[in-house]
Design a protein around this ligand. Structure first.
Ligand SMILES: *[C@@H]1O[C@H](CO)[C@@H](O)[C@H](O)[C@H]1NC(C)=O
Ligand SMILES: *[C@@H]1O[C@H](CO)[C@@H](O)[C@H](O)[C@H]1NC(C)=O
Ligand SMILES: *[C@@H]1O[C@H](CO)[C@@H](O)[C@H](O)[C@H]1NC(C)=O
Ligand SMILES: *[C@@H]1O[C@H](CO)[C@@H](O)[C@H](O)[C@H]1NC(C)=O
Ligand SMILES: *[C@@H]1O[C@H](CO)[C@@H](O)[C@H](O)[C@H]1NC(C)=O
Length: 514
């Protein structure tokens, strides 16, 4: 795959952040910001200083790293090369096959698996209480689980990327579980699925598609309804926007005002150079879109990781980071320009540790990011911004989305495939009629919560919603600062999982007794 030029509408190579679609409407007075599809918070497979810090911090989770030979295409009998799927495993607390010790299985999402393992403390912490084994498989085409031997080969073109799909990933999981159970004589051991974000979607879908393989799923911050017209396209950015508005109206207004100012600055003769200096960028700004994306990404991620205590998920950040950003923006001395205020604010996100001499807009220079491919094929999530948000208003333009995908990958998206394959329209009725044992957990501060399931569907398909939670906060490790509502949410999850297991053991007894 060619490195996409940053001037292309689909700015694929940008800072592990947003897919950006430019608005081509010349009538619009707004900056050319449109139809952005935010990315889930996952790092690309390129190692970054943050990633290393996180790994070092979380070395308390002990596991063995193993590799398992997988078919590249589970749905054809074509003679294709196999690939090695990496998985992390810990059996230290496992009650073993005779006692039907459970298997806690995290559905790996779009990034290196150790990073998700390090940021999913909840699973590690509760496993001993359940006598559970812990398994973290890596998603194909990410980290070391690379078909064709290397990332360069795997990401070469639409043909080599063709097997990067959610269906193939779920089939990998199903086969891995089955083989692992066989090797451990653990066929009767119940499997409980976990996942956050896209991993949460995978966990929920896996429970629906493979009910014989897993008895239940905790799907945290899983926007399974963020497809087609199921939820309004402005949902995501409205939530981001409201998080800033809630914190401070003047902060919200400063950001809102900034787009127009940025645009007129950018149009000046040496505009890009001046802005490069204002925002202390390492390299000269290539286009305004790069800067818009950089800012917008910061706002979106801040909303996702708006955790009540200091955390280091995407970036090291203080607790309530939006409060901190707005404090910086609002508390600048009188007379400070909007752009300088903005800079002070986003520095909280990009430079909280104070270790950066300048900012690199693009930390994925090769554009080798699988999520862009997934967004251009199955994961088409319409996004727009409304007039009263802090972002420039723009409609969702599927024509330009499609065009950008074609230009980037020579691929045509299939926006209706996900709902055809996994459901989504009238999801609740469908689930009420045939599903069971799924927890949809969400925090309403998380911009992805708007595309998830926020009401109970049935007795066993339940929504656990916290007003002040952010992106899969519940899956994170316990901290001394955890608020009561978070502890309660986790206790409810534990109780429900325990219920699924009891139910399973009851049914097995009955089965054996027959
Ligand atoms: C993609 O790359 C592979 C491996 O180099 C090659 O065999 C194939 O013809 C290419 N496909 C397209 C559509 O360019
Ligand atoms: C099960 O054991 C076989 C034989 O040792 C091995 O090749 C395979 O990778 C194992 N399966 C898993 C899931 O580790
Ligand atoms: C800024 O100006 C406002 C209104 O003129 C004033 O109330 C406020 O105290 C000033 N703040 C600072 C930090 O000087
Ligand atoms: C990052 O923060 C440090 C400490 O406040 C500061 O010295 C440095 O100039 C900042 N970097 C940028 C690019 O603003
Ligand atoms: C949508 O995008 C296409 C392709 O870039 C463009 O021709 C069209 O005018 C856009 N539609 C609207 C309503 O902006």
């Amino acid at each position: 795959m060619a490195t996409p030029s940053l001037a292309t509408p689909l700015a694929l190579s940008l800072l592990h952040l947003l897919l950006v679609f430019l608005c081509h409407s010349s009538a619009s007075p707004n900056p050319r910001l449109s139809n952005r599809t935010p990315r889930f918070p996952a790092r690309s497979s390129l190692t970054t200083p943050q990633l290393l810090t996180q790994q070092q911090q979380h070395q308390q989770y002990r596991y063995e790293t193993r590799y398992f030979e997988q078919q590249l295409d589970h749905f054809s009998f074509a003679d294709l090369p196999t690939f090695r799927q990496r998985y992390l495993i810990n059996t230290e607390y496992w009650a073993g096959p005779a006692r039907m010790g459970p298997i806690f299985f995290y559905c790996g999402n779009e990034g290196e698996i150790q990073w998700f393992a390090a940021n999913t403390g909840f699973v590690w912490e509760i496993a001993p209480r359940f006598g559970a084994m812990v398994v973290f498989p890596e998603h194909r085409y990410y980290g070391e689980s690379m078909p064709y031997g290397s990332i360069d080969e795997a990401y070469k073109n639409a043909t080599t990327l063709a097997h990067l799909t959610a269906e193939q990933a779920l089939a990998d999981f199903a086969i891995l579980i089955t083989d692992l159970k066989k090797n451990l004589s653990a066929e009767a051991c119940p499997v409980v699925l976990f996942g956050g974000s896209y991993g949460g979607m995978l966990a929920a879908w896996m429970r629906l598609k493979y009910p014989h393989i897993a008895i239940g799923a905790l799907a945290s911050s899983a926007p399974v309804l963020q497809f087609e017209d199921i939820v309004p396209p402005e949902t995501f950015y409205d939530i981001v926007s409201n998080s800033f508005r809630r914190e401070s109206t003047s902060c919200f207004n400063t950001i809102r005002e900034s787009w127009g100012i940025l645009e007129s600055e950018g149009q000046k003769n040496d505009g890009l150079l001046q802005l490069t200096k204002t925002f202390r960028l390492c390299r000269k700004l290539g286009s305004m879109d790069d800067l818009y994306n950089w800012l917008e990404s910061a706002y979106s991620y801040l909303a996702m990781v708006n955790y009540p205590y200091p955390a280091n998920f995407m970036m090291p950040l203080p607790g309530d980071p939006i409060k901190e950003v707005c404090r910086k923006i609002d508390n600048c001395p009188n007379g400070t320009s909007v752009l300088d205020r903005l800079f002070a604010g986003v520095s909280v996100y990009y430079n909280y540790t104070g270790e950066f001499d300048c900012f690199q807009l693009d930390d994925d220079p090769h554009g080798l990011d699988g999520w862009n491919w997934q967004a251009c094929t199955e994961m088409v999530m319409p996004m727009s911004t409304k007039q009263d948000s802090m972002f420039p208003a723009s409609d969702y333009n599927y024509t330009s989305y499609q065009l950008d995908c074609w230009n980037s990958f020579r691929v045509k998206p299939r926006p209706k495939w996900i709902t055809t394959e996994f459901g989504g329209h009238d999801f609740k009725t469908a689930l009420k009629m045939f599903g069971s044992n799924i927890i949809f957990s969400n925090g309403l501060l998380d911009p992805w919560s708007g595309g998830s399931v926020l009401d109970d569907v049935s007795d066993s398909i339940v929504a656990l919603v916290t007003e002040k939670g952010a992106h899969h906060l519940d899956l994170r490790a316990v901290t001394a600062e955890d608020p009561d509502w978070l502890l309660e949410q986790r206790e409810s999850e534990i109780k429900l999982i325990r219920g699924w297991l009891h139910d399973y053991y009851d049914k097995k007894q009955a089965f054996f007794a027959m």
